[in-house]
Design a protein around this ligand. Structure first.
Ligand code: ADP
Ligand code: MG
Length: 244
């Protein structure tokens, strides 16, 4: 369960990137965070994870979120990740065992098994000793999902995981996420392709600096709520929101 009360973020002296966002989100579920560019979607994840300063408060499973960070696997927006870093696929996935093992400590045989099981789950077992720089965008995103599997956190936060990746990788990742949800995980995905929303998400959180709406996809992913978040931009986006 994730709960936020009046979470606000201000970068520099600028306008608020998030303005008093409050909600309560129950798992297990796959929740899509949607809203226009600059709506504060990435900012919301970073505020809950205490990567950036915010006011208000947030809880994970009833505890202050900063005491629960070990329980969250987080994959940031791809543009922020350096994938020229000289590291192999299996080494990258093994970082999911941190902080249990400690960075650059040797993994136990059991932990290497977990790394290889995770690579198998994302269909990349044959790429284990490649450099990450050799992978396609979709393969790299699957490596990051494998790292989440190894971390075995109860919450998974993914920021725009499907941007610029092939549809095979997207399908493999969604299958894994559905299995993880069915196994009890709470998954939050920042996502901007509105067409996929009804298929991918049990719940949606619609944001535009303020919380516009949150709830089951069926009841919340409505033209009215989308119009409130996107305004006239919606005309060019389309989508298959229910007509309520
Ligand atoms: P989204 O992920 O919904 O596209 P962001 O959370 O990245 O939006 O950004 C929300 C707003 O905050 C935008 O106006 C963005 O320009 C601004 N912003 C994001 N990160 C920073 C930063 N590090 N410094 C200053 N402004 C930022
Ligand atoms: Mg973003």
């Amino acid at each position: 369960m994730i709960e936020c009360q009046n979470v606000s973020v201000r970068y520099g002296n600028d306008v608020k990137a998030l303005d008093s966002v409050s909600f309560k989100l129950e798992g297990p579920s796959i929740t899509g965070i949607i809203g226009p560019n600059g709506a504060g979607k990435s900012t919301l994840l970073k505020a809950i994870l205490h990567i950036i300063p915010s006011t208000g408060s947030s809880q994970i499973d009833g505890q202050p979120s900063n005491s629960q960070l070990k329980n969250v696997a987080y994959v940031e927006q791809k543009s922020a990740i350096d994938y020229t870093f000289p590291i192999t696929v299996e080494e990258c996935v093994s970082l999911g065992t941190y902080p249990q093992v400690g960075l650059f400590k040797r993994l136990s045989r059991n932990e290497w098994h977990e790394v290889h099981d995770a690579l198998e789950a994302v269909g990349l077992e044959k790429m284990a000793s490649r450099q990450i720089s050799e992978l396609s965008g979709g393969q790299f995103q699957r490596v990051l999902i494998a790292r989440c599997l190894v971390q075995d956190a109860s919450l998974i936060f993914l920021d725009e995981p499907f941007v610029g990746i092939d549809s095979v990788s997207e399908g493999i990742i969604m299958d894994i996420l559905r299995k993880l949800r069915d196994a009890g995980k709470t998954i939050l995905i920042v996502h901007h392709d509105l067409n996929k929303v009804p298929d991918y998400f049990d719940q949606v959180l619609i944001l535009n600096r303020e919380l516009i709406a949150i709830g089951s996809t069926e009841e919340t992913f409505t033209k009215e709520n989308l119009r409130a978040a996107y305004g006239n931009q919606l005309l060019s986006i389309g989508g298959e929101a229910s007509d309520r």
